[in-house]
Design a protein around this ligand. Structure first.
Ligand code: TXA
Ligand code: MG
Length: 343
């Protein structure tokens, strides 16, 4: 057990020296990014990186993203940055896009799980950038949850999972995007989206043209993280998918009646359009269907909230799989272990 210090980020004048020192000394600091909270360690220190895997209970064959504070730092990590990769960095960094590149030899195997590639991202959050800059090293950071749980979007979520296991949590309030970065394999031709996220396929294709996706298929995923059950609350999750929200509503209401008749305490992750129609024990409203960004922002928060209410079942309404909706549905389906019902 270590004592986990929670420190509020007070504003632009906030002194990052203490947190940066923890990173330099080989410790672990959870910090806010625009996507979700990350659990940071010195990416060039194998002992510190091993601490990340221990704290999260993360399988060692799942590689980590290396975070940088300046585009030029990418050249310390890879000597094979392609033209399309440069164009994506210029268009979307700092921001919720992770690029998988050929790695330089000095990057510890613990980071890359022995792969010859490294995932790199420059987060769009002033505290994250200041922490990396002040630490003076690239910062390895997975999402700061226990492995398998929904990613944390507040400092409280991090504390729920990692209290006593990490040195420090920087509290910068709720995350803006609410789900993780898009992960793209830039070593493939054409490049492949391995995990849908904060930057959409449509946005990426507007910069570099056609890309492939590989996040649903396969028993041997190219992004090792995608093979695990993920984003899962304690409760059983069911997703009601479809194109028409009135039918989603009707199907959800039918399921709700069924589980209530079985004496299951049921929570609903609903949109603003339908939330008031459900007589469930717990209804969490993620946002309006006309603002999928808001739905994304509140998604993990809602899963964790319903779990804390002690529900047995969470029925989650589905969303159209375009734009950020692709990432929303990816996370919901994974939380549900593919328990998806078509409305
Ligand atoms: O938004 C985010 O990306 C957050 C914040 C903290 O930056 N981080 C995050 O890290 O989501 P994590 O570890 O929870 O997810 C990283 C994903 C995993 O699916 C992992 O398998 C994949 O990126 N990944 C990492 N390195 C890779 C590599 N060299 N090749 C393929 N996939 C890789
Ligand atoms: Mg994660």
């Amino acid at each position: 057990m270590v004592k986990t210090e929670v420190i509020k980020i007070t504003g632009p004048g906030f002194k990052m020296a203490g947190a940066a020192q923890v990173i330099k000394d080989g410790g672990l600091v959870a910090f806010p990014t625009e996507t979700v909270y990350g659990l940071g360690a010195n990416a060039l220190d194998p002992g510190a990186v091993a601490g990340i895997f221990r704290a999260k209970g993360r399988p060692s064959d799942n590689p980590l993203i290396v975070h940088i504070s300046d585009i030029d730092q990418v050249d310390e990590l890879s000597d094979d940055v392609t033209v399309p990769a440069r164009r994506l960095m210029e268009a979307f960094w700092p921001g919720p896009l992770t690029l998988v590149l050929h790695k330089k030899p000095h990057i510890p195997d613990a980071i890359t799980a022995g792969l010859d590639t490294v995932a790199v991202r420059m987060p769009d959050h002033p505290a994250a950038l200041e922490l990396i800059r002040t630490a003076g090293v690239p910062v390895a950071a997975p999402s700061a949850n226990s492995s398998g749980k929904p990613s944390p979007t507040t400092a409280r979520h991090v504390l729920e999972d990692l209290d006593g296991k990490i040195e420090m949590i920087l509290d910068g309030g709720a995350c803006r995007v609410g789900l993780e970065s898009t992960v793209m394999d830039m070593t493939a031709e054409p490049p492949v989206i391995l995990r849908p996220g904060g930057v959409t396929r449509e946005e990426i294709e507007s910069v570099i043209g056609h890309v492939e996706t590989a996040f649903w298929q396969g028993t041997v995923p190219r992004s090792p993280g995608m093979k695990y059950r993920h984003y899962s609350p304690r409760a059983e999750v069911i997703v009601v998918a479809g194109d028409d929200y009135e039918r989603i509503y009707e199907k959800t209401a039918v399921l709700l009646r069924k589980y209530r008749s079985l004496n299951k305490k049921t929570g609903i992750l609903a949109s603003a359009e339908t939330a008031r129609g459900y007589p469930a024990e717990e209804v969490f409203t993620v946002g309006s269907r006309s603002s999928l960004e808001t739905v994304a922002q509140n998604l993990f928060y809602g899963l964790r909230f319903l779990d804390l209410q002690g529900v047995d079942i969470i029925i989650a309404e589905g969303y159209p799989e375009t734009g950020i909706g692709t990432a929303i549905m990816n996370r919901l389906k994974k939380a549900a272990g593919n328990n998806v019902i078509q409305a």
